[in-house]
Design a protein. Structure first.
Length: 280
């Protein structure tokens, strides 16, 4: 299945047999005091520097989130999207807290964005999917509902199926829904990784849609997080994740090697090209 998103001048295809698409996660003020303060002051230079750095590191799509205390998300999110879109050529993922902020952002976006996100809760389905359908966007569906995140992989699959069915009722085809089976930290639950991977496998087998994961969530609270994240990505991509959300500068080399070993890099061209860029 192929999901297509685009910016002003660049189109990105997400498929289950092509190269892994990387969504850059770092335009997000959560836990980043300097970025949060810059957004409160409407000083967007820090955001633009981060956007350019992630694209230079190999990001295919950039997630953009401005939600933090003291920031008028409805006003600031569309402003940031417009500025980022003029600084880099990759498509953007609109990451929002308030539906009105999403609507304001969709009004100014040029191209076909990815929306982050909708859940299986009725309020979310009824508020977010009509906007996604109206503006012709693609959307990430989180496998959670009013009861939280199911511990049973089959229940996460059921939530994913509900999101896809409701999306179709708003004119959104399956290829425009990317499912997130939700990675939780293994520091709190040693079975969390296995549960997520099984859910990913079931979604791939039963629904065949593209999938993302917030890869760094798996290692939250633990030392040597990059080591855990690298290992998790290997398992997640081989299970069916096609567009993980990651710290691209840290994790792209690992993803290139995973794609190489999975036969998605003909004659190792992408891997070698990246290696040559880094070699003095």
């Amino acid at each position: 299945m192929r999901t297509v998103v685009s910016g002003v001048s660049k189109e990105v295809w997400i498929t289950d047999d092509g190269p892994t698409v990387l969504i850059g996660e770092r335009i997000n003020p959560s836990g980043r005091r300097t970025l949060a303060e810059a957004l409160r002051n409407r000083d967007f230079d820090a955001v633009l520097k981060e956007a350019v750095a992630q694209v230079e590191a190999g990001a295919d799509i950039l997630d953009v989130n401005v939600a933090c205390p003291g920031v008028d998300e409805i006003a600031v999110l569309p402003q940031v999207l417009e500025k980022v879109a003029t600084s880099v050529d990759v498509p953007l993922c609109i990451d929002f807290n308030h539906p009105d902020a999403l609507k304001a952002a969709l009004k100014v976006y040029k191209g076909k964005p990815l929306v982050n996100s909708v859940t299986g809760e009725e309020s979310s389905l009824n508020e977010i999917l009509p906007l996604v359908g109206e503006y012709g966007a693609a959307v990430i569906g989180l496998t959670m509902n009013k009861s939280g995140i199911p511990k049973d992989p089959a229940q996460r699959l059921a939530v994913a199926r509900t999101i896809l069915e409701r999306a179709r009722s708003f004119g959104i085809p399956p290829e425009d829904v990317i499912i997130d089976c939700l990675a939780l930290t293994v520091g709190a639950d040693s079975q969390a990784c296995l549960t997520t991977l099984e859910a990913v496998r079931q979604v791939k087998e039963e629904l065949g849609v593209n999938q993302t994961l917030g890869a760094s969530n798996i290692s939250f609270g633990l030392p040597e997080r990059n080591l855990i994240n690298h290992s998790f990505l290997t398992l997640a991509i081989s299970s069916g994740v096609t567009c993980p959300t990651v710290d691209v500068a840290r994790l792209r080399p690992a993803v290139l090697s995973i794609d190489l070993l999975l036969g998605r890099d003909r004659f190792a061209q992408r891997y070698l090209r990246s290696f040559r860029r880094q070699t003095p």
